[in-house]
Structure formats: structure tokens, C-alpha cells
Ligand binder design. Structure first.
Ligand SMILES: *[C@@H]1O[C@H](CO)[C@@H](O)[C@H](O)[C@H]1NC(C)=O
Ligand SMILES: *[C@@H]1O[C@H](CO)[C@@H](O)[C@H](O)[C@H]1NC(C)=O
Length: 512
């Protein structure tokens, strides 16, 4: 990959880089955003009517000088030479879509523009254009921050973006980068990208990472040292892999966000950095939550569910999204419900490890339907049995649950039968309906069994179809074992099923 070959060739910019036109001005400290007041206070230019090109016609770029002169310019302080210079400047800007009026205002704000050879400005416009920026974008950029045309460092940056990053930075990112940052914040950009690569971000991932971060926050407004510290801090928690997986992690402030937020989790885990890293890797958005928010959730689980920190961290590990669930609207009523069903703290912990999404699924759109199904087939409110069935049913959609119920009813089971089977083997409530149907059909049509056998052995529905059910049945059917119980056919281990030929015979022969 060509990108790989060149990324390492960047040198720290010695500011008088020979490739840069040395006559370009240093960044002006004036803010170009002070333009607007002038828009209303400078009516004296109005007599000069310049036909303004259509802004959206990007074919209007003509990168050759086109001489217009404006000898009627009101600014009598210009010499004849600067008049020519001014004229070509106006015509260059006109090509970008900047009107004569706007050019005047720009010059009031940045008189130094006139002392830069127009060819250099033109070359810069060309350079921006070659990165894919269209005329409208360049227009807004120049109006907002004329230093994109005048500052030396910008050329260095542009050639880095073009040559090293192969122009792959997204347009929106590029526009933000150039318009939101003063040149002094852009100067170190290439070195900072190089630092990321040196610290381990794969070259083929670097553009993707850059496209997903706020470049101003993550790079421009940070020193090399700060970037280095962040990478170092994240190391025990997954480091580069975590950054590549979730680039926006670089947007967080190290001292005010990353360190305190990650510390809360590490402390909860009892110092388990690896475990904390897994949580971050699984659910990096957790970092969006303030220390207070996370602590309040933890405190709630301690006091309301009577969990210790180890239990809470285990729940967070299987379900880090717990922090997105509101304490009062979700956590409290759900845990209260489990308590009402007779679960103690230990039971609630086991329940949540198994079915943590119970805490977050919608009541109206999800849980309520399932409860209705379960109560309809015979479960009783406020019983432990009900919580077991709920734990199983949280894993499937309401549609699937409905289809599973209909399937059983179609095959002749009553509600009581489904209730009985689900008490024996709660997982039947979480199987996919299509796979259930396939197995039930096979049981009746190929194995020639009575569907009612499922009442004794509902676990039949949980075995893998090809690997276990079909495979074993085909072996046995020729051996007049065709009518052995489903339980016997399926539950014995593979070794027992195949008769442990090797071990058994070798032991026997040794005994002889
Ligand atoms: C990026 O960060 C800057 C500076 O920290 C901020 O002003 C800007 O709003 C952010 N941009 C986005 C798109 O969030
Ligand atoms: C995280 O926070 C940032 C900044 O406040 C916000 O832009 C972003 O949408 C949040 N992400 C999520 C998934 O909540």
C-alpha cells in the first residue's frame, strides 16, 4: 500500500521548508470572523458592479491569470503596481465566487493579501482544489479563514494530506479541520498523525481513525506530549486496539474524563485492569457517562439489590449498557419485580447474569407481551418459576415468542402442555420458531414418533439438528434401536453413544 511507504517519511517541519514559497506571510492574528461588521459599514464600493459568478459552477476554475484592472478603485493609496496586483487578486477571487465587495472587505481585514503574489494564492487554491474541495467549499473557507491561502504551514499540511494520506480524509473533516483551526494549531498535524502511527495504529487504519475523531479536539489542540500520555494511559486497557476499535476515545479529555471515569470501573473491579479493558472494549460509550452517573448506578445496585462490588462488576462485564438504563424508570421497578417474585439478592444476581437485558428492554413494547403469554399458559404472578421463564424469554423477540406458542398449539399441545414443558426446559421459550418446527416435523415424519413424547423430554428441541438428532437417529434406526427413548438417544455423551471403542478395548486387552 502506497500509504504505508510514505507515512514514515515526514520530518518535523523546519518552518522555512524550501518547498514553500518563502514570501508567504506568517499567520495573521486578526480574526477573519470580524468581517461581517464591514459588510454594512462600507457602502462606498457599491458603484463598481462586478458580475458575480454562480457559486455552484465548479467548472469555473481557470488556473491561469485573467487580467481585470480596476482603475476606478476608490483606494487612492494604491500605486499603479498594486492596482494591477489588486486587479488580478479580484479576478482570482471572482473565480472562487468571492464578489468584488467581499474581496474589498477581506482586504480591509487582511491587507497583507495584496503583498502576496497572486500566483502563489492561485497555487494554494489549486492545492485545496486538488484535495477535492469544490468551489463553494473553498469560497466559504477563504471567507471564514483567509489564512488558508496565506499561511506557510497550510501548504505543508495540504501536501501531507494529499501525499501521505492520499486525500482520503473525508471532505467534511477536511473542511472542519481547515476552517475551525488557526494555522498555529494546524502546524503540528502531520507529526501528530505520525506519532499515532509510531505508537502502533496500523497505517491502513489511520485514515479511518482520523475520519472518526474530532480532529480539532483530538489532535490540533493537543500537544504531542498529551497525545502520547493518552496512548500510554490507555495501554493497560487495550491501548491501540481500543483506539482503533473506537477512535472517538481520543476525543475525551485525559485528566477530566478518561482517568476519573476509567478509575471508577477499575476500583469497582478491585483493580482488574484487564477486566476493565474488556468492559471498555465491549461498550466504549460507557466513557460518555460522568463519574457521578456511574457511581450513582453502582450505589443503587449496592443498596437496592444488596450486591457487593464484585457482583456489580460481573454484571457490568456482561452488560455494560446497564449504565444507559434509568435507575428510577428501569432498574428500580425491574429489580423490585424480581424481589416480589421471591428472589433474594443472590438469586437476583444469578438472574441478571443470565438475562441482563431484562433491565433494559421496554415494558410496553416487549416485556408486557411476554408476561401476558406466560400468564396465559399458566405461570403465576410473583413466583420464582415466572422469573425463570422470563429469563429465557428475554432472549427472543415477541414475534418469535408468538410464533413458538402458535407452533405448539398447531401441533396439538394445550397451554398446560406448553407450561409443563417450559417448566421442565425453560429454553423452549427462547428457541427460534423455524428451528423448532424443523425438529418437530422430523420427529413426527422421519422418526415416526408421537409428538407427545416431547412432554417427557422437551430438551429434544434443544439439540442440534444435523449433528445430534439426525446423526444419531440415522445410526440407530438400522439397529432396531429405532424405538429407544428420545432421552436415551440424545443425552448420552458421544463416547458412550459410540461405545467407547478405543478406550474400552485397550483397557480390556491390558487386563488380559
Ligand atoms: C470538535 O472539538 C471542538 C474543540 O474542542 C469543538 O469546538 C467542536 O464543536 C467539536 N466538533 C464537533 C463536530 O463535535
Ligand atoms: C457521547 O457524547 C458525545 C459528546 O457529548 C456525543 O456527541 C455523542 O453522541 C455521545 N454518544 C453516545 C452514543 O451517547
Amino acid at each position: 500500500m502506497a500509504l504505508a511507504l510514505t507515512l514514515f517519511s515526514i520530518r518535523p517541519s523546519s518552518s522555512s521548508s524550501s518547498s514553500n514559497p518563502s514570501h508567504f506571510l506568517q499567520p495573521s492574528l486578526r480574526s477573519p470572523s470580524t468581517l461581517s461588521p464591514f459588510l454594512h459599514s462600507q457602502p462606498s464600493f457599491s458603484p463598481l458592479i462586478i458580475s458575480q459568478p454562480q457559486i455552484n459552477d465548479s467548472s469555473l476554475f481557470r488556473f491561469q491569470p485573467s487580467i481585470h484592472t480596476f482603475f476606478h478603485c476608490c483606494c487612492t493609496t494604491y500605486t499603479a503596481n498594486t492596482d494591477v496586483q489588486f486587479g488580478t487578486l479580484v479576478s482570482l477571487f471572482e473565480e472562487i465566487g468571492i464578489s468584488f465587495e467581499e474581496t474589498k472587505l477581506l482586504l480591509l481585514n487582511a491587507p497583507e493579501l495584496t503583498s502576496i503574489p497572486v500566483d502563489s494564492l492561485r497555487a494554494r487554491v489549486h492545492s485545496l482544489h486538488s484535495l477535492g474541495l469544490d468551489r463553494v467549499s473553498i469560497y466559504y473557507l477563504v471567507i471564514k479563514r483567509f489564512t488558508v491561502l496565506t499561511d506557510n504551514e497550510i501548504e505543508h499540511l495540504l501536501s501531507f494530506l494529499r501525499n501521505e494520506l492520499q486525500g482520503q480524509l473525508e471532505q467534511a473533516k477536511l473542511k472542519r479541520l481547515l476552517s475551525d483551526n488557526e494555522p498555529k494549531f494546524l502546524a503540528g498535524f502531520p507529526q501528530k498523525v505520525q506519532l499515532l502511527v509510531e505508537r502502533g495504529i496500523p497505517v491502513d487504519k489511520i485514515v479511518r481513525v482520523l475520519n472518526k475523531v474530532n480532529l480539532s479536539k483530538a489532535l490540533c489542540h493537543r500537544s504531542m506530549d498529551e497525545i502520547d500520555r493518552i496512548i500510554g494511559f490507555l495501554e493497560p486497557f487495550g491501548g491501540i486496539a481500543l483506539i482503533v476499535k473506537y477512535p472517538p476515545i481520543l476525543n475525551y479529555d485525559l485528566d477530566y474524563q478518561l482517568i476519573p471515569r476509567i478509575r471508577v470501573l477499575t476500583e469497582l473491579s478491585g483493580g482488574d485492569e484487564c477486566g476493565t479493558g474488556k468492559v471498555l472494549n465491549r461498550f466504549p460509550i460507557i466513557l460518555n457517562y460522568s463519574v457521578e452517573h456511574i457511581e450513582e448506578h453502582i450505589q443503587f445496585l449496592r443498596s437496592f439489590a444488596d450486591f457487593d462490588d464484585q457482583q456489580i462488576f460481573r454484571i457490568v462485564s456482561v452488560f455494560p449498557a446497564i449504565f444507559t438504563s434509568s435507575r428510577e424508570r428501569k432498574l428500580r421497578p425491574r429489580i423490585h419485580f424480581l424481589k416480589e417474585c421471591g428472589l433474594d439478592s443472590g438469586d437476583i444476581f444469578k438472574f441478571l447474569i443470565k438475562a441482563p437485558v431484562f433491565l433494559s428492554i421496554s415494558f410496553d413494547k416487549n416485556l408486557a407481551y411476554k408476561l401476558v403469554f406466560l400468564l396465559k399458559i399458566g405461570y403465576k404472578y410473583r413466583t420464582k418459576e415466572l422469573t425463570v421463564a422470563i429469563a429465557s424469554s428475554t432472549r427472543i423477540s415477541c414475534e418469535n415468542m408468538q410464533k413458538v406458542m402458535n407452533l405448539f398449539l398447531n401441533y396439538g399441545f394445550s397451554s398446560e402442555d406448553i407450561f409443563a414443558m417450559s417448566k421442565k426446559h425453560p429454553q423452549i421459550l427462547q428457541y427460534n420458531h423455524a428451528s423448532l418446527e424443523k425438529k418437530m416435523k422430523y420427529l413426527i415424519e422421519d422418526m415416526n414418533r408421537d409428538i407427545q413424547e416431547l412432554l417427557d423430554f422437551p430438551a429434544f428441541l434443544g439439540y442440534k439438528f444435523d449433528d445430534r438428532i439426525k446423526h444419531r437417529y440415522e445410526i440407530k434406526k438400522g439397529l432396531r434401536g429405532g424405538q429407544m427413548s428420545l432421552n436415551k438417544l440424545l443425552t448420552v455423551s458421544s463416547e458412550v453413544f459410540t461405545g467407547k471403542p478405543k478406550k474400552a478395548s485397550s483397557v480390556k486387552s491390558e487386563l488380559k
